[in-house]
Design a binder for this molecule. Structure first.
Ligand code: FES
Length: 360
């Protein structure tokens, strides 16, 4: 099992595909150091092996080294998912000493001006390059992450070369997932079939060019598929997301689903939530599935796909995932690709609650 701890929704970047919800948690409501540490102990006892420390920008939490140290002592594998803009040499050494196992550093492009435009922060790219050097100097294993979309899809080869030069052992090229901010900006982000084919070819070429030195993972976009992905490995099967204020979710977008009430780790033990909470049972297993899914021989491979996508595209979280070619709403996915505007509209950047800025 793995647990994604969204330590804070604060972030100096404004990426228009951010996986955080449109309504962000306020800093005042964030779990305290002691509450996170207690949760990490509970997670380890529950069988969680991997702890992903994320945000927002998790380095906005001044207590991050203490959190890493506690999680490491609890026996959790700690992975820090960061933009890197706050990672100085001192903080990298501090995190390494605390026991951080791995660092995943996000990039928006290989070109500094384009990267800063996409992330909505001037100077961010240069600070990310420095962060990578600090992480490697501190001996922390490094993955470079590129969230790919129509506005940076031609940069895969250049980002792969940059990641290799930075000493990354792994590059993750992940197409945007269209929830929340990504869905809001879909027309600005969604690649067409020719762009996707070129991107896939670029990934294959980069794998060959960097074979034996850097592993390259590739996450393809749902909208060009006709079989759904096993989102989160199946609802409530092996993944937990904890929001900054302590709500426990089976996936990062679950709160978009109406009628589900997600519990807080401030009120209940994590084991009880995992075992008994009705929201974690709602789409667990195969019993909830529509007949077409329940009789499909892929039902325990894709677990019915993504519930949040079914809600976003079919208006019903219990419906078949429209990405599936057997769904009677599959045409909605095809139409989103076919109707993509020729020129991408301006980004609507991620902002604090109540503010959605245009630009880019
Ligand atoms: Fe919620 Fe896929 S993101 S089930």
């Amino acid at each position: 099992m793995s647990l994604l701890a969204e330590l804070t929704h604060r972030c100096p970047l404004s990426c228009p595909y951010c996986s955080n919800p449109l309504t962000l948690d306020a800093p005042a409501g964030e779990l305290s150091t002691a509450e996170w540490c207690d949760l990490f102990d509970q997670a380890a006892a529950l069988g969680v092996l991997q702890l992903h420390l994320s945000g927002g920008e998790p380095m906005a939490r001044r207590d991050l080294p203490a959190l890493v140290s506690h999680a490491a002592r609890a026996g959790l594998y700690t992975n820090l998912i960061t933009s890197g803009v706050h990672l100085t040499a001192d903080r990298a050494r501090e995190l390494a000493a605390a026991g951080l196992d791995h660092l995943q550093l996000s990039f928006q492009h290989a070109d500094a001006a384009e990267a800063d435009r996409i992330g909505g922060m001037r100077g961010a790219h240069g600070r990310k390059l420095e962060a990578a050097a600090h992480a490697r100097a501190a001996g922390i294993p490094l993955t470079v992450n590129l969230v790919v979309h129509r506005q940076n899809i031609g940069a895969i080869a250049a980002v792969a070369a940059m990641a290799a030069a930075l000493g990354a052992g792994r590059l993750e090229v992940a197409h945007v997932q269209y929830y929340g901010w990504g869905l809001l900006n879909r027309a600005s982000l969604l690649p067409d079939a020719a762009e996707l084919a070129a991107a896939t070819a670029a990934v294959e070429a980069a794998r060959a060019a960097h074979a034996g030195r850097m592993l390259i993972d590739y996450v393809t976009p749902d909208y060009h598929a006709d079989r759904p992905k096993p989102c989160m490995g199946g609802w409530g099967r092996r993944f937990l997301n904890i929001t900054p204020s302590g709500r426990a979710l089976p996936c990062h977008a679950a709160e978009t689903i109406p009628g589900l009430d997600f519990p807080s780790v401030r009120d209940q033990a994590l084991a009880a939530i995992w075992r008994d909470d009705p929201a974690f049972h709602r789409f667990r297993g195969t019993e909830w599935m529509p007949d077409t899914c329940r009789s499909c021989d892929r039902r325990e491979l894709d677990w019915g796909g993504c519930r949040c996508q079914a809600l976003a595209l079919a208006g019903d979280a219990a419906a078949m995932d429209p990405v599936c070619g057997r769904s009677d709403r599959h045409h909605v996915v095809r139409a989103a690709v076919a109707d993509r505007p020729g020129l991408p509209p301006p980004f609507r950047y991620r902002q604090a609650p109540g503010r959605v800025a245009a630009g880019g």
